[in-house]
Design a binder for this molecule. Structure first.
Ligand SMILES: NC(=O)c1ccc[n+]([C@@H]2O[C@H](COP(=O)([O-])OP(=O)(O)OC[C@H]3O[C@@H](n4cnc5c(N)ncnc54)[C@H](OP(=O)(O)O)[C@@H]3O)[C@@H](O)[C@H]2O)c1
Length: 245
C-alpha cells in the first residue's frame, strides 16, 4: 500500500493522479488552498478505494508554513513513497511586464514556493533513503518566449533545481522526476481554444504515474512534446527573436 503526498491537490492533473493511486488503495495526504474543493475530492477518492485521505490547507506563497506542513504530512504517513508538487498559476504576461509586484507573485507561486517545498521534502526523503519526488513544471521552461517568459522563467528555474536535486539524492536512493506537460485541458487553460496538441488531464496523470514507477528523471508529457521542444530549442537565436511565439 503506497503513501502519497500531493501538494496542489485540487489541480486537475493532480486530482487525476490521486484517483489512480486511490484505486490502488493508497494512503493519500492532500495539500491544497481550496478547502471546499478538497472536501469533495476526499469523498470521491474514498469511494474510489483510497485507504485513508488526510488533508491540509495551504497557500503556496506563505513560505514560513512549508516546513511544518511537510513535517506533519511525513509524520502522519510515517513512510512516504511519492511526493507530487502540482500547484501553479498561469500569469498574465502583459500585466507582469508592467507590474513587478504581480511578476514577483507569479515567480513565487510557480518557482520559489516550489523550491521551498522541495527543500523541506528533499531533506525528509534523504533520511528515508527511498522514495520519489515529482514536480509538474512545463515545456515553457525550456526556452523563454515573449508570450509567457515570466511563467517560463519560474518553471525553468524549478527544472534546473530538480536536475541538481536529482544528482544530490541519487546516492540516497531517492528519485526525482520533472514532468513537463505541453498543453493540457484544465481550469488553468479554460480560456484557450483547444486543438490537436492538447491532452486531457487523465491521460497526463497516467503518464505521470507510469514515469514515477519507471523511475524516470524527466518526461515531456505527452512524449511528442520532446520533439516539439527539441526543434524550438535549436532554432537559432537570430531567427527565434523574430518569431511571434
Ligand atoms: N494546463 C496546462 O496546459 C499546463 C501545461 C504545463 C504545465 N502546467 C502546470 O501543471 C500544474 C497543474 O496545473 P493544472 O493544469 O492542473 O491547472 P489547475 O487545475 O488550474 O490547477 C492549478 C492549481 O494550483 C493551485 N494554486 C495556484 N496558486 C496557488 C497558491 N498560491 N497556493 C496554493 N495553491 C495554488 C490551484 O489552487 P486553487 O484550486 O485554490 O486555485 C490549483 O489547485 C501547474 O503547475 C501548471 O503550471 C499546466
Amino acid at each position: 500500500m503506497k503513501n502519497i503526498i500531493i501538494i496542489g491537490a485540487t489541480s486537475a492533473m493532480a486530482e487525476e493522479v490521486a484517483k489512480l493511486y486511490a484505486a490502488e488503495k493508497a494512503n493519500l495526504y492532500l495539500i491544497a488552498r481550496n478547502t471546499t474543493r478538497l472536501e469533495s475530492i476526499i469523498n470521491d477518492l474514498t469511494v474510489r478505494g483510497a485507504n485513508t485521505v488526510h488533508t491540509s490547507a495551504f497557500d503556496a506563497n506563505q513560505f514560513d508554513s512549508h516546513e511544518v506542513l511537510i513535517e506533519q504530512a511525513f509524520e502522519t504517513l510515517g513512510y512516504v513513497d511519492v511526493v507530487l508538487i502540482a500547484h501553479g498559476s498561469l500569469p498574465n504576461q502583459e500585466l507582469c511586464q508592467n507590474d513587478t509586484t504581480q511578476a514577483i507573485e507569479e515567480l513565487n507561486t510557480n518557482g520559489i514556493s516550489v523550491i521551498s517545498l522541495l527543500t523541506h521534502t528533499a531533506n525528509k526523503m534523504e533520511l528515508q533513503k527511498k522514495g520519489n519526488i515529482t514536480v509538474i513544471t512545463s515545456v515553457a521552461g525550456d526556452r523563454g518566449r515573449q508570450s509567457n517568459y515570466v511563467y517560463g522563467a519560474a518553471k525553468g528555474m524549478v527544472s534546473t533545481f530538480l536536475q541538481g536535486l536529482a544528482q544530490r539524492l541519487n546516492k540516497s536512493g531517492v528519485h526525482v522526476l520533472d514532468i513537463k506537460p505541453g498543453f493540457v485541458d484544465t481550469p488553468m487553460t479554460a480560456e484557450f481554444n483547444k486543438g490537436a496538441l492538447w491532452a486531457k488531464p487523465d491521460k497526463v496523470a497516467q503518464i505521470i504515474k507510469k514515469r514515477i514507477s519507471k523511475k524516470s528523471s524527466f518526461s515531456y508529457t505527452p512524449a511528442f512534446w520532446f520533439i516539439i521542444m527539441t526543434v524550438i530549442k535549436f532554432i537559432p537565436k537570430f531567427v527565434f527573436t523574430r518569431l511571434k511565439l
